[in-house]
Design a protein around this ligand. Structure first.
Ligand code: MN
Length: 206
């Protein structure tokens, strides 16, 4: 039993408002982990308010867009920062305006922050960490196709299409689970590799 993971699950269950951040200049894992988590929580807990914040990148809008929220949403909120090793790289400086802060990251520990910090470089990606988290604690949490697509985009990108050494049996086990949600890997791969000018056209088909 991993206490840190369980503490994260308990915090997610406890808070009504959850605001998810990630690093500046987001890559597909930053957005995939952030939006995968948002989609999974919105699907699993419809009564909660779940937001994803930060700047948008045109060519990655197919993964999803950001929420624009007022400062008062942070009052009493849980803030989760995905895929970000250090504070100065967190997109949206309001990350510390909530009631509780959680760091979830797969980069080697660079700077510790958060009331709970789950950092594990044995994972390929933050997206893989989140799939593993909810597979381990399925009670009350349900994956859906939208979340699976976001997490898959993050894993695919951070593993270099599964060619990097960080692709482990666990990575592939997570992908095997995501594939059961009828995601279309070739379509996601194509969207990740399209030039920015074509992004809006592909958005419709993702
Ligand atoms: Mn990453």
């Amino acid at each position: 039993m991993d206490n840190k993971k369980m503490e994260i699950i308990e915090a997610i269950k406890k808070y009504h408002t959850i605001i998810i951040h990630r690093h500046v200049n987001p890559d597909p894992d930053a957005l995939g982990s952030q939006l995968g988590l948002k989609n999974l929580l919105k699907h699993s807990c419809p009564s909660k308010e779940v937001y994803a914040v930060g700047e948008e990148v045109d060519k990655l809008l197919f993964i999803g867009d950001m929420d624009v929220i007022s400062d008062n949403k942070y009052k009493g909120a849980l803030v989760i920062v995905c895929d970000t090793a250090n504070i100065s790289r967190i997109s949206d400086s309001r990350y510390d305006h909530g009631d509780m802060l959680i760091k979830i990251d797969h980069h080697p520990e660079y700077e510790q922050f958060g009331d709970i910090s789950w950092v594990d470089p044995s994972y390929s990606s933050a997206s893989e960490m989140l799939v593993d988290l909810f597979l381990e604690y399925p009670e009350g949490f349900i994956m859906n196709k939208e979340a699976a697509k976001s997490f898959f985009a993050g894993i695919l990108s951070d593993t270099g299409n599964f060619t990097n050494g960080n692709t482990t049996p666990r990575t592939l086990k997570m992908v095997s689970h995501l594939r059961t949600y009828n995601i279309q890997p070739e379509r996601i791969h194509n969207s990740l590799n399209v030039k920015a000018k074509n992004a809006s056209r592909l958005q419709k088909t993702f």
